[in-house]
Ligand binder design. Structure first.
Ligand SMILES: NC(=O)C1=CN([C@@H]2O[C@H](COP(=O)(O)OP(=O)(O)OC[C@H]3O[C@@H](n4cnc5c(N)ncnc54)[C@H](O)[C@@H]3O)[C@@H](O)[C@H]2O)C=CC1
Ligand SMILES: CC(=O)N[C@@H]1[C@@H](OP(=O)(O)OP(=O)(O)OC[C@H]2O[C@@H](n3ccc(=O)[nH]c3=O)[C@H](O)[C@@H]2O)O[C@H](C(=O)O)[C@@H](O)[C@@H]1O
Length: 452
């Protein structure tokens, strides 16, 4: 496309309908940085809308797979077909090198990982690398959108100043907006297309306007404009904090289940029958690189202690230890020492069907049981050897193994086919209230429900 036909949205005085037509006819070239669980679906939806998207990923295998019309992201209904269509018709191409894409694009969308360091400080290295690359290709009129979840103040204090300094442009020559990705693995396309209102906040009015125009076209739901990027950043991390604290309340109630001698899960579900109560589900712990990470994005930006949110993190992080202690107690009750036991840990990924192990509660559980001397078999049907933190035992091998105990951490559907009849007598700890119809000879403890 001749560069003269290419337009930027930020600061243009073209009528809004002409801007929309430019976007949907491909005259606002888009670059999406990060083609992972969220980035690839997002790039595909942008490609479907604009016909002119370059996806950038540092992983050569990802780029090769996408350009061959394939997808490395599994468990996403509709994604494989969509990627195949948009790569075949040229709407989406993938590259490793960000510089060319940054030069050509007028709309830059960053959706690279934002994680934590070992010291649980925000790790924005991937985003910083993208900002540096884009800066060298930034043109007046460009719009830089951050979809990665970031600590409040990141767009204002890091993204905009770095873009200005490295590009030599004045901040009022380009736009920066934060438009959080309110999407969950397993329903990414549906969520990206508009399961929920899209939140948009810019570093200035014009950035908010331009970003709102883009997402008005991209999503089938309301676009909510907020005061600025920091407000939009807070919306996203507040959602995560809310979830983490409410899961912690459910877990705290599960931890006192034996004293109360009630089915806590039953009491929670009935308590939730009136609209002012939304206690979440107790479980094996909180994993993924979202919910357990976002509180630290906020802790890092405030001087206050935030005791409630920190305590919630501690409660959720205590669940793997509770599971381990329940296994030890169950084995002890039948005269088996943990150091003589073989224990299967079912589910290493943090969520069913999602090939992601970051912050998975299975990891501290495996470490805890191993430190007590147990022999551990880790079973996870969605992970391959390369993506797992431990050697994996295939499900079919499990039934031929002389097990003493099994702990369900993540309820992959494949575990529904496990033949519990094939084991003599097990200690079972069900971290997801998912194991049903186990033979009575097994001693089963369900988190929140107690022994059955
Ligand atoms: N996974 C989820 O459920 C959700 C994630 N998010 C946010 O989206 C962001 C991305 O998350 P995921 O897609 O799950 O991550 P992911 O780990 O699945 O994928 C990240 C991709 O970015 C690539 N990458 C890393 N550094 C790069 C760089 N400098 N330039 C280009 N590509 C680079 C990686 O190779 C990988 O393919 C994170 O900030 C996360 O907080 C937001 C909502 C939901
Ligand atoms: C409100 C909501 O559903 N947020 C989603 C969430 O996605 P995520 O993949 O992190 O899954 P999740 O359902 O929050 O689960 C996170 C972890 O918490 C555990 N979990 C979840 C809910 C619950 O009641 N109890 C519980 O123990 C899960 O087992 C998992 O280990 O976090 C994403 C994010 O914020 O990045 C967000 O975009 C997604 O929409």
């Amino acid at each position: 496309m001749r560069s003269s036909e290419v337009v930027g949205l930020y600061g243009t005085d073209a009528p809004a309908d002409r801007q929309r037509r430019a976007l949907t006819s491909g005259r606002v070239p888009v670059a999406v940085y990060g083609l992972g669980k969220m980035g690839l679906p997002l790039a595909a939806v942008y490609a479907e809308l604009t016909g002119n998207v370059t996806g950038v990923d540092i992983d050569e295998q990802v780029v090769e797979t996408v350009n061959a019309g394939g997808t490395h992201v599994t468990g996403e209904p509709g994604l494989a077909d969509l990627v195949s269509v948009v790569t075949a018709d040229g709407s989406l191409q993938a590259v490793n090198d960000p510089s060319e894409a940054a030069e050509a694009a007028r709309l830059h969308v960053a959706i690279v990982p934002t994680t934590l360091t070992e010291e649980r400080r925000p790790d924005l290295a991937a985003l910083e690398a993208v900002v540096e690359s884009v800066a060298h290709g930034l043109s007046p009129g460009d719009l830089f959108v951050v979809e990665s979840t970031v600590p409040p103040g990141t767009c204002r204090d890091l993204v905009e100043p770095t873009l200005a300094a490295a590009s030599g442009l004045d901040p009022d020559e380009f736009g920066v907006a934060f438009c959080p990705e309110r999407t969950a693995s397993g329903r990414a396309l549906r969520d990206i297309r508009g399961s929920y209102p899209k939140v948009v906040g810019g570093v200035d009015e014009e950035s908010t306007r331009a970003a709102a125009l883009v997402y008005d076209e991209l999503v089938d739901n309301e676009v909510i404009r907020v005061s600025d990027t920091t407000t939009a950043e807070c919306v996203k991390v507040f959602e995560g904090l809310y979830r983490d604290v409410n899961i912690a309340l459910a877990n705290e109630l599960a931890l006192v289940r034996d004293d109360l001698d009630v089915d806590v899960v039953e009491a929670i579900s009935v308590a939730n029958t009136q609209p002012y109560c939304d206690i979440h589900t107790p479980g094996a712990g909180v994993g993924g690189h979202c919910i357990p990470y976002y509180p630290y994005f906020v802790f890092d930006r405030v001087s206050g202690e935030m005791p409630l949110s920190r305590a919630a993190r501690d409660v959720n992080d205590s669940m793997p230890r509770f599971l381990a202690e329940t296994v030890v107690d169950g084995l002890q009750a039948r005269g088996t020492a943990i150091e003589d036991a073989t224990v299967a840990v079912l589910g290493l990924a943090y969520r069913p069907g999602v090939a992601e192990t970051r912050a998975s509660p299975a990891i501290p559980l495996v470490e805890d049981l191993s430190s007590r001397g147990a022999r551990i078999l880790v079973v996870d049907p969605v992970l391959d050897g390369a993506s797992a933190d431990y050697p994996l035992t295939p499900i079919e091998e499990l039934e031929r193994t002389d097990l003493d105990a099994a702990v369900l951490v993540t309820n992959h559907p494949e575990f529904g086919d496990l033949d519990w009849e094939s084991y003599d007598s097990l200690v079972c700890v069900d971290g997801r209230d998912a194991l049903v119809d186990l033979p009575d000879r097994h001693d089963c403890y369900v988190v929140g429900r107690g022994p059955n």
